[in-house]
Design a binder for this molecule. Structure first.
Ligand SMILES: [Zn+2]
Length: 191
């Protein structure tokens, strides 16, 4: 049954991986967390495992997701941050009670206050969004060059010239489109 749901697009940055759970926002949008269970799955692969999720918690998650998307987009365009989005991000951040834990191997892990606390996981995501929007991390917010996507992503490339939110999807599609366009222009030679 799981196969019926769209796959996740996971990146290295928690907050923009999360906004990527709704893709093609300017085309045929794909909702990658259509049910509470899919949010549970996404949190598990993102190092924020929870036991369960209610419909109300999924609504909170989506509200946070769209707020991060709006604020990150404004930041990428160097526009003023939308006040409502900032409020939602701050509320989620303030209500989370996750603790950063250092493992014996020297890795950072998140410990949620209880196994069912989606709010704690959302708090971690909100704090991650704050750190990139506030410019605290090494990288630059930018918008995907695909007209049907325009997702905000965090460019950590040396040159800061990354064009697509994801090389395997938007980047590839663009490359193929360009290849096809060139191919059509080239007269057919004998094969
Ligand atoms: Zn994209």
């Amino acid at each position: 049954m799981r196969a019926e749901f769209p796959d996740f697009r996971l990146g290295n940055v928690l907050a923009t991986s999360f906004t990527g759970t709704l893709s093609e926002r300017h085309g045929n949008a794909v909702e990658r967390i259509p049910t509470p269970h899919r949010l549970v799955d996404w949190l598990a692969v993102s190092g924020l495992a929870v036991d369960s999720c209610t419909t109300a918690q999924l609504d909170l998650a989506r509200e946070l997701r769209e707020s991060i998307h709006a604020a990150a987009t404004a930041a990428a365009l160097q526009d003023a941050l939308p006040a409502h989005a900032v409020q939602v991000i701050n509320d989620r951040s303030a209500q989370g009670r996750a603790a950063a834990i250092l493992t014996p191997e020297g890795k950072r892990r998140w410990r949620l206050s209880s196994a069912s606390c989606v709010e704690d996981a959302l708090g971690v995501i909100a704090a991650d969004a704050i750190s990139i929007i506030a410019g605290e991390r090494d990288g630059k917010l930018a918008l995907c060059a695909s007209p049907t996507c325009q997702a905000a992503f965090f460019d950590t490339s040396q040159s800061r010239t990354r064009k697509w939110c994801d090389m395997n999807t938007c980047g590839n599609r663009q490359k193929k489109a360009r290849f096809n366009a060139n191919h059509r222009r080239t007269p057919r030679s004998a094969e």
